[in-house]
Design a protein around this ligand. Structure first.
Ligand code: FNR
Length: 382
């Protein structure tokens, strides 16, 4: 199969993965309206074409929290990444490392912090969820610090998991628990080989290490529902600050008032995100929420944005709308499922080329020059 974009990786991932895993990655919450709008709204942002401006010297490099990035992009935390390819978090982290961008390890990763950090040269970013068991949160924070993780991404848009109909139908959630059955499946031999079935690919390494026993989750979504904590408030963030003195990014902000509160709290950054349309369906797409948030807090903390970024043009759009950098979730998950580390490296190379084309033809020689001037000013309806 010829691969020239993240769309191709999506198709390739669908061919390789068992349906319950493909739909877990690909799907969103409820009617998936926000999931769709994330991609559509971003693609409708009109870039302003400029010509004959000698764009021979151009750089996609930028800096974030004292770290150099080859482009304004990081890999988003994606749960169960180690089920898309063998020791998937290590493979994705190595790809990001080789391409000069940060990798964020999810709380609910297969490979634990201690396995991924030594595999890469760059400092790793670590993502934390609020779980009812605060002992677990303290434990992972201390381990992330001890391992040398540079940045904490604290995800706040999952006090309860949004219902994902595809997961219910595929057996990913609920009593059908596909995770219990997949190990015996002979239907997807490429995938079974790819993930290395003997290595307990469904074990959540960070949690097993804390519990001192394999997790072997049978009803993953049910487990999320039972362990996530809807009582979370800004007070919990104060508590987390006691255990984390490095840069802290709050992920899952979609409203300017919450962004202002993040500034008041003293966050170093935020991620404008609706969790890739996987939580509250019907909320604004990130592309529509971002300009209002940038108006409210630009320059007071770093603004990252995700949800809907599928190519390098989208990165330029998000930066022009006010972000300092972007994250990608599904795009890299598809590439990893299709071709492992090499796939993610190729995807990042493709996205960088796309970004260079967009910068060249909008007249932005540096990331700092990607501003609202790179967009056609058409009044947008919300
Ligand atoms: C996610 N996301 C996520 N976020 C997080 O903070 N912790 C996590 O464990 C996960 N897990 C996860 C699994 C899968 C399969 C997906 C697709 C997403 C959300 C993720 O970090 C990011 O916000 C979105 O993926 C961004 O949207 P796109 O790039 O997928 O459109």
């Amino acid at each position: 199969m010829i691969i020239s974009s993240s769309k191709d990786y999506r198709k390739a991932a669908q061919r390789r993965l068992p349906p319950f895993l493909f739909h877990y990655i690909d799907g969103g919450a409820y009617d998936e309206a926000t999931l769709k709008n994330n991609v559509d709204d971003l693609s409708k942002i009109a870039l302003r074409q400029r010509i004959l401006r000698n764009m021979a010297e151009l750089s996609t490099e930028t800096e974030l929290f004292g770290e150099k990035l080859a482009m304004p992009l990081a890999l988003a935390p994606v749960g169960l990444t180690g089920m898309y390819a063998k020791r998937g978090e290590v493979q994705a982290a190595k790809a990001a490392d080789n391409k000069g961008i940060p990798f964020t390890l999810s709380t609910v990763s297969v490979c634990p912090i201690e396995e991924v950090v030594p595999a890469i040269r760059r400092p790793m970013w670590f993502q934390l969820y609020v779980l009812r068991d605060r002992g677990f949160m303290k434990n992972v924070l201390e381990r992330a610090k001890a391992a040398g993780c540079s940045t904490l991404v604290f995800t706040v848009d999952m006090p309860v998991p949004g219902a994902r109909y595809r997961d219910a139908h595929s057996g990913m959630s609920g009593p059908n628990a596909a995770i219990r059955r997949y190990a015996q499946s002979t239907l997807y031999p490429h995938w079974a080989w790819h993930v290395g079935l003997n290595g307990r690919p469904h074990d959540l390494g960070n949690i097993s290490k804390y519990l001192g026993k394999p997790t072997g989750l049978e009803d993953y979504i049910g487990w999320l529902g039972a362990n996530f904590d809807p009582s979370i408030s800004w007070k919990d963030l104060e508590w987390i600050r006691e255990f984390w003195d490095g840069p802290m990014i709050i992920k899952g902000i979609l409203d300017p008032d919450d962004a202002r509160d993040a500034v008041t709290f003293g966050a170093d950054g935020i991620v404008v995100s609706n969790h890739g349309g996987r939580q509250l369906d019907g909320v604004l797409s990130s592309a529509k929420a971002l300009p209002m948030i940038a108006d409210a807090v630009k320059g007071k903390l770093k603004i990252l944005a995700d949800s809907g970024v599928r190519n390098g043009l989208d990165i330029v759009r998000m930066i022009a709308l006010g972000a300092d950098a972007c994250l990608i979730g599904r795009a890299f998950a598809y590439a990893l499922a299709a071709e492992g580390q090499a796939g993610v490296e190729n995807l990042l190379e493709i996205m960088k080329k796309e970004m260079r084309v967009a910068m060249t033809l909008t007249g932005a020689k540096t990331v700092a020059e990607i501003t609202s001037d790179c967009l056609v000013k058409i009044e947008q309806e919300i």
